[in-house]
Ligand binder design. Structure first.
Ligand code: C2E
Ligand code: MG
Ligand code: MG
Length: 573
C-alpha cells in the first residue's frame, strides 16, 4: 500500500501535523551547540556540531559563513529572515532546513536558539533529524491510516474532502462521495471468526482500490464501511457508474477457510453539487443514501436526494416511537401455519411480530427489529413475544383438541440469545403460562447459534434440557460451519426462502435444497422449507422428501382469531 506521505503532509490538519512533528524532533537531544557573538561576528561550534556536518575540528572556521554556506540555497533565505525577525525581538527562533554534510549528502537539521540581549550572544543548538523525519512520517502515517488495510482513516478522509471541496468551490468543479457498507459482514465475523473477517476486508480493499484514479481517495471509515472521494465528478451518472463497477468488483466469491463467501454492499452517493458545503455534511448525505439503498434491498446503490435527510429524521422518530410502543400496547402477534406434507395438517405456528403504529399503520419487523436490537429494546420486546405466544398456545390447547399436538415457534434475536437471562426467561414463561415445553420451538439464525460457540452450545444445551425444541432459521445464508453442525443440539433446519423461491428456475438452488435435506436427514434433524408459494415448489419439495413447509401457498401470517378459527375446523391442506 503506498504511503502517500507527501500528499498527507500537504493535507492533514496543520496543527496535528505540527504536534506529531515536534514530538518526534525534540524527543532526542543529540544537539550540536554553537554560540555567536554578534558584536565580534564570530561563532564557536561545538565538536558535536562539527560532527553533524562531518568535519574535523580544524576544518571549520569561526565565521557565520561557516554555517550559512552549508545551508541549502533554497532554505537559506527563509533561515536568514527568521533569524532577523528573532534578532529584532519579533519571534522565537526555531527552524528546520537542509545542510550539506561533507560526504556530499543533504542532512535535514532542526535548529533553535535565543539571543541574550545583555551580552549580545546568540546561543543555538542543532540536531540532525534526517532519520527522525522517516519515523515522523511513520508516526504521521499511523495517526491517519487504518492499520489493517493501510487505507486513510476517517480523519484523513474528512480532511482531504474539506480540501477538495474548497478547491472545487474555487474551480467550479464538483466532488462525489461514495459510502460503501458491506452486507452481512458481521455474519462472516461471527461464524468464521475475526481473522476471516479481517482477510475479507483486506480483499475488498484490494478489489475496490483498483478502481481509483490518481487524486481519488479510498478510506476505511469504520468496521465494514468504506469511503470514496472522487474528484471532478460533475454528473450523477459518473458516480453511479463507479458504484456499478464497485458492485462488479465485489461480485466474484472470496474463498475463506474453504467457504465461498459472496460479498455485496450497499453504496450511498452524494455530490457536492447537491449543495453540501461541509465535508461532514457531504459524508452524512452519502450515509443517508446508503441507508436508503439498504432498506430497498434490491438496489445496491442510491443517490442522495434532500428528501433523505427527512427520512433519516423519520428513522429517529420511529426509534422514539418504538420506545413507547410496548407500553402503549401497539404490538400484536400474527401466526403463520407450518404444514406437515405427509398429512397435510397443521404442525405448528410461527409467531410473527406486528407493530401497529398509530400513524403509519403496520410496520414490518424487518424495519423495526434491527432498531430494537441496536437500542436494546429487543430484550423486553422479546420477552413479551415469548409470553404472548406461549400464553396463546396454552389457551388454544385448552380450547381445541386439534391443538394438542401442535407447537409454537418463536423467533429469538441475536441479542436476546446472547443475554444470560434467556434460559430463565423461557423457564419462567413456561411455568407462568402452563405450556408444556415440548410445544415450544425457538428459531435462531445460523450466525447467532454459531458465534462464540462454547458459550452458545452451553446455552442451547440448557434450553434443550428444558425440553424446548431448537431450530436454525434462514438456513443456508449464514456460512455455517457444516463440519461442526452435528455438535450443536438442534432439532430443525429451516431452509431459507431464497433457495425455495428460486428452485423452480435455478438448478443450483434446487441442488442446495437437496443438499440441506440430505444433511438434515444424516443429522437426524427435521427440515422445514420456508416461503413455499407455488404448487410446483411444493411438488419439488415433496419429491425431495421434505416433510414440512411454510409459505403463502398455504397461508400468510394471520391474527389470533383467524388462527383459532382454523383450529376449530381442523383444516387439511
Ligand atoms: P423469519 O423468521 O424468517 O420469518 C419468515 C418471514 O417470511 C415472515 O416475514 C413471513 O411473513 C415471511 N413469509 C412467510 N411465507 C412467505 C412466502 O411464501 N413468501 C414470502 N415472500 N414471504 C413469506 P415477517 O413477518 O415480515 O418477518 C420478517 C422477519 O422478522 C422474520 O423472518 C424474523 O426474522 C423477524 N421477526 C418477526 N417476528 C419476530 C419476533 O417476534 N422476534 C424476533 N426477534 N424477530 C422477529
Ligand atoms: Mg423465523
Ligand atoms: Mg426465516
Amino acid at each position: 500500500m503506498p504511503t502517500r506521505t507527501e500528499q498527507d503532509q500537504a493535507s492533514v490538519s496543520e496543527a496535528a501535523y505540527q504536534a506529531a512533528r515536534l514530538a518526534a524532533v525534540w524527543a532526542g537531544a543529540r544537539d550540536g551547540l554553537f554560540d555567536w557573538d554578534l558584536s565580534l561576528g564570530k561563532i564557536r561550534f561545538s565538536p558535536r556540531w562539527k560532527e553533524l556536518v562531518g568535519c574535523a575540528d580544524d576544518e571549520v572556521g569561526t565565521g557565520p559563513e561557516e554555517w550559512f554556506r552549508r545551508v541549502h540555497p533554497s532554505d537559506l533565505q527563509v533561515l536568514k529572515k527568521t533569524l532577523d525577525e528573532h534578532m529584532e525581538g519579533r519571534k522565537s527562533f526555531e527552524q528546520e532546513f537542509r545542510m550539506l554534510h561533507s560526504d556530499g549528502t543533504w542532512r535535514r537539521v532542526a535548529c533553535r536558539g535565543e539571543l541574550d540581549r545583555m551580552s549580545g550572544l546568540f546561543g543555538g543548538s542543532m540536531c540532525d533529524v534526517t532519520k527522525d523525519k522517516s519515523s515522523e512520517d511513520r508516526l504521521l502515517h499511523e495517526v491517519f491510516h487504518d492499520p489493517l488495510t493501510g487505507l486513510a482513516n476517517r480523519a484523513l478522509f474528512l480532511d482531504r474532502l474539506a480540501m477538495s471541496l474548497s478547491r472545487a468551490r474555487r474551480g467550479g468543479q464538483a466532488v462525489a462521495v461514495l459510502y460503501l457498507d458491506l452486507d452481512r459482514f458481521r455474519t462472516v465475523n461471527d461464524s468464521l471468526g475475526p481473522e476471516a473477517g479481517d482477510r475479507l476486508l483486506v480483499e475488498v480493499t484490494r478489489r475496490v482500490g483498483k478502481l481509483l484514479r490518481p487524486g481519488d481517495t479510498l478510506a476505511r471509515l469504520g468496521g465494514d464501511k468504506f469511503g470514496f472521494l472522487l474528484e471532478n465528478v460533475h454528473v450523477p451518472r459518473d458516480a453511479i457508474r463507479f458504484a456499478e463497477l464497485l458492485g462488479s468488483e465485489l461480485a466474484p466469491p472470496v474463498l475463506l477457510q474453504g467457504h465461498e463467501i459472496f460479498v455485496s454492499g450497499s453504496t450511498g452517493i452524494a455530490l457536492s453539487a447537491d449543495g453540501a458545503q461541509k465535508a461532514e455534511s457531504l459524508l452524512q448525505n452519502a450515509i443517508s443514501a446508503m441507508h436508503r439503498a439498504k432498506e430497498d434491498g434490491a438496489t445496491r446503490h442510491e443517490l442522495f436526494d434532500p428528501d433523505m435527510s427527512r427520512r433519516a429524521k423519520e428513522r429517529m422518530k420511529l426509534e422514539g416511537d418504538l420506545r413507547n410502543a410496548l407500553d402503549r400496547g401497539e404490538f400484536t402477534l400474527h401466526y403463520q401455519p407450518i404444514i406437515s406434507f405427509g398429512t397435510g395438517s397443521l404442525s405448528s405456528f410461527e409467531a410473527l411480530l406486528r407493530w401497529n403504529h398509530p400513524e403509519r399503520g403496520f410496520v414490518r419487523p424487518d424495519i423495526f427489529i434491527p432498531i430494537a436490537e441496536e437500542n436494546g429494546l429487543i430484550l423486553p420486546l422479546g420477552s413479551w413475544v415469548l409470553e404472548q405466544a406461549c400464553a396463546q398456545m396454552a389457551s388454544w390447547q385448552d380450547r381445541f383438541p386439534e391443538a394438542a399436538g401442535i407447537s409454537m415457534a418463536v423467533n429469538i434475536s441475536g441479542r436476546q440469545f446472547e443475554e444470560s437471562g434467556l434460559v430463565k426467561d423461557v423457564t419462567n414463561t413456561l411455568n407462568r403460562t402452563g405450556l408444556d415445553s415440548s410445544a415450544l420451538k425457538l428459531e435462531m439464525t445460523e450466525s447467532v447459534i454459531m458465534a462464540r460457540t462454547a458459550e452458545n452450545k452451553a446455552r442451547l444445551q440448557q434450553l434443550r434440557k428444558l425440553g424446548v425444541k431448537l431450530m436454525i432459521d434462514d438456513f443456508g445464508t449464514g456460512y455455517s460451519s457444516l463440519a461442526n453442525l452435528h455438535t450443536f443440539p438442534l432439532d430443525t433446519l429451516k431452509i431459507d426462502r431464497s433457495f425455495v423461491s428460486r428452485m423452480e428456475y435455478e438448478d443450483e438452488k434446487a441442488e442446495i435444497v437437496r443438499t440441506i435435506l440430505t444433511l438434515a436427514k444424516k443429522l437426524g434433524m427435521d427440515a422445514v422449507a420456508e416461503g413455499v408459494e407455488t404448487v410446483e415448489q411444493l411438488r419439488m419439495l415433496r419429491d425431495l422428501a421434505c416433510n414440512y413447509g411454510q409459505g403463502f401457498y398455504f397461508s400468510n401470517a394471520v391474527d389470533g382469531d383467524s388462527a383459532a378459527a382454523w383450529l376449530a375446523k381442523s383444516p387439511r391442506w
